[in-house]
Design a binder for this molecule. Structure first.
Ligand code: S3P
Length: 208
C-alpha cells in the first residue's frame, strides 16, 4: 500500500512543490553513519516531497540475491563495496528520488563525485549515544557484529565524520520524532535551493 501523503499547511505545500521543481532530475541523497536515521527519515521525506524512496542497501541485496550479512560473510567487505559503488551509480541515474545510502558509501571518492554531480547530499549527523541506541535494536550490520561495537562506532565516527562534512547540507539527527527531523531537512533544502522559507505559524498542520 502506498503511504498516504502527509498533510501540510498551504505554505509548506508550496515550498515542497518549489523544492521538487528546483531539484529537476537530481536526487536527495542521505548519508551518515549506521543508526543516523537515513532510511526512517528518507521514507518520510520522500512522502513529504511526493518522490520515490530508494534504499541503496535493499537494492544491493536485491541485485545480489543475498542479505548484506551474507554478502560480507561469503565475499568480504571489498566485494560489497564494489557492488555498492555500482548500484549507487546506477540509482543516481533514476532521479529525482530520495536515496538513502549505506554508511560507508560516501567514503568512496567515486561515489562522492557521482552524488555531487547528480544529487544534493544531506548528512544526518548524530551523537554516539544516539547512534548506539538505534543500532542496538537490530543485528543486521556486519561491521558492528563484534564484542565491542561502541569502539568500532567511535573509530568510524573519527574516520568518516570529516568526510561526511563535505555534504551539501548537514542536519542534526536528534532524539525527536522523525517528522521533526524531516521538517529540518526540508527547511535546509529550501534554503540551499533558494526556495521560500515558510512562516513559523504554518510550519506543520497535521502529519500522518
Ligand atoms: C555500513 C552501513 C550499512 C551497510 C553495511 C555497511 C557501513 O548501512 O551498508 O552494513 O559501512 O557503515 P546503514 O548505514 O544503512 O546501516
Amino acid at each position: 500500500m502506498t503511504p498516504r501523503l502527509a498533510e501540510h499547511s498551504k505554505d509548506r505545500d508550496r515550498q515542497l512543490a518549489q523544492i521538487r521543481q528546483s531539484l529537476g532530475a537530481r536526487s536527495v541523497v542521505l548519508i551518515g553513519l549506521m543508526g543516523a536515521g537515513k532510511t526512517a527519515v528518507g521514507r518520510r521525506l520522500a512522502n513529504w516531497l511526493d518522490l520515490p524512496f530508494t534504499d541503496a542497501d535493499s537494492e544491493i541485496e536485491s541485485a545480489a540475491g543475498q542479505t548484506i550479512t551474507e554478502i560480507f560473510a561469503e565475499h568480504g567487505e571489498a566485494y560489497f563495496r564494489n557492488g555498492e559503488r555500482k548500484v549507487i551509480a546506477r540509482l543516481l541515474d533514476d532521479g529525482p528520488q530520495v536515496l538513502a545510502t549505506g554508511g560507508g558509501a560516501y567514503m568512496k571518492p567515486e561515489t562522492r563525485a557521482a552524488i555531487e554531480a547528480k544529487g544534493i547530499s544531506i548528512w544526518l549527523k548524530a551523537e554516539l549515544r544516539v547512534l548506539m541506541k538505534r543500532v542496538g535494536r537490530r543485528d543486521n550490520r556486519p561491521l558492528l557484529s563484534v564484542d565491542d561495537p561502541e569502539t568500532v562506532m567511535k573509530r568510524l565516527m573519527a574516520e568518516r565524520n570529516p568526510v561526511y562534512a563535505e555534504a551539501d547540507i548537514i542536519v542534526e539527527s536528534r532524539e525527536v520524532p522523525h517528522e521533526v527531523i524531516v521538517g529540518a531537512v526540508v527547511d535546509a533544502l529550501a534554503a540551499k535551493l533558494g526556495c521560500d522559507a515558510i512562516p513559523r505559524k504554518s510550519r506543520r498542520k497535521k502529519v500522518h
